[in-house]
Design a protein around this ligand. Structure first.
Ligand code: GLC
Length: 431
């Protein structure tokens, strides 16, 4: 199992002296204290720690631009692993030693509560950022207990990629329901001798996301909205898990996908070995590049559900300043630069990542270039956030472990949901 264990321990007194200036600024829950940020001190070179999976296409250009304009406050990239779990493990290990190695960190939206509760992040003043122009669900993921701890940078929602050339040859339309997806994936995988449908089914955060989407799409949930009650033990949750389990049993989900994450499932699709793929929007840009087996041959639509469009998990990344950073003022300026409208435009244009600036989704020239933008915006606005609780990592570990066993056919659907519900209750209670 690759997952790091939840970082426990009491708050580190907000990084001791390093943020005391910020806190002394009188920042109250809900923000409002410009002094919080204005009082940040420390100007000089900084580092930016971020996962490398989807950043290669836009980040180098932005860093060059920043460094050219700020020769005394240069930023150095610290590339972290592809998978969210591995990034988490590396960051937590670093922050637990109160290391100043990371100045600005790109945080998965699910880590805000844990990192804030441990005192690893500098609280920020909302007034310093154009939050009102950002997608609201993205902004919500950057707050913890009413206070802003990070700035939304990219949002994310799962989409269904499909081979439009193959669907046309088979006389099919993009599937809207699970039954259509299952039927088309089954027929097409036989007809074209390739995999039918896959998502991210390895035991890690990606599987938690795929499972949550199946449960939500069937009308269920894992926890109550405020994260205090387990709501998993329900017919929709069983239906969601059964959908995935039956795909593996019936063969329209290839068994190889039990070890696939974002990158490996993307590769399978890009090499022309898969008809349908659930993945994030960054795949659009990469799979469209000349030289892939599928450039110009695929389309994108919303995830299907039992009776019509399904529901995505809300993903994305927020930028935060480490409480142990020695150059917090520079870190703040760098975050303002990366989340500015021109930078966000480049994130979309060069990386096909979902920006957080709402207006970019309706720009006619961008919609011409990225025809799925309206579908994506809808998916983000209706996506479900994962629980905002400090021990989210532990919760997710239990979910992906149990679901993976069921997908492997080692435990029946009913027993999995019942057993997992009990485990989650224990975790919530101990949180
Ligand atoms: C993407 C999402 C992130 C999610 C991860 C799961 O990086 O943006 O929120 O946790 O995938 O693998």
């Amino acid at each position: 199992m690759k997952r790091s264990v939840l970082a426990t321990g009491s708050a580190l007194l907000a990084g001791a002296g390093l943020v005391s200036g910020a806190l002394a600024g009188g920042c109250t829950a809900g923000g409002g204290a410009a002094a919080t940020v204005a009082s940040l001190s420390g100007i000089g070179p900084i580092t930016f720690a971020t996962g490398k999976l989807d950043t290669g296409s836009y980040l180098p250009g932005l860093l060059t631009q920043w460094n050219a304009a700020h020769p005394r406050q240069r930023v150095t990239l610290i590339p972290l692993p592809d998978e969210s779990d591995d990034q988490h493990a590396q960051m937590v290990a670093n922050l637990q030693t109160r290391s100043s190695r990371y100045d600005v960190m790109s945080l998965d939206v699910i880590w805000t509560a844990e990192f804030a509760a441990n005192g690893w992040l500098v609280p920020l003043s909302p007034r310093q950022f154009p939050l009102g122009s950002f997608l609201r669900p993205a902004v919500a993921t950057a707050r913890y207990q009413g206070r802003l701890y990070a700035v939304p940078f990219t949002s994310n929602a799962g989409l269904l990629y499909y081979r439009k050339d193959l669907l046309a040859a088979a006389g099919q339309r993009p599937p809207r329901t699970w039954a259509q997806l299952a039927a088309d994936a089954r027929t097409d995988s036989r007809r074209f001798l390739m995999g039918g449908y896959a998502g991210q089914f390895q035991s890690y955060e990606g599987l938690t996301v795929n499972f949550a989407e199946a449960v939500q799409s069937a009308g269920g949930s894992i926890l109550s909205g405020n994260g205090t009650r387990v709501t998993l033990n329900s017919p929709p949750a069983r239906a969601g898990l059964r959908f995935l389990v039956s795909g593996l049993r019936q063969g329209w989900i290839p068994r190889a996908s039990l070890s696939w994450d974002e990158a490996s499932s993307q590769r399978a699709f890009q090499r022309g070995k898969l008809v349908f793929l659930r993945n994030w929007p960054y795949v659009y840009g990469q799979a469209s590049k000349r030289g892939t087996a599928v450039a110009g041959k695929f389309g994108v639509t919303s995830l299907p559900g039992p009776a019509g469009p399904g529901s995505s998990s809300l993903g994305g990344a927020n930028l935060a300043i480490s409480a142990f950073s020695r150059h917090q003022r520079t870190a703040l300026a760098f975050i303002r630069f990366l989340t500015s409208l021109p930078s966000e435009r480049r994130v979309l244009v060069n990386g096909s990542l979902p920006p957080v600036w709402a207006r970019l989704y309706s720009s006619p020239s961008l919609v011409r270039r990225f025809p799925y933008l309206p579908v994506l915006q809808k998916a983000i606005l209706s996506a479900r956030p994962r629980p905002e609780i400090p021990n989210y990592n532990q919760l997710s570990l239990a979910i992906s472990g149990a679901v993976h066993q069921a997908l492997e056919g080692r435990k029946p659907v009913d027993a999995t949901i019942t057993g997992l519900s009990g485990d989650l209750r224990t975790i919530i209670r101990s949180g």
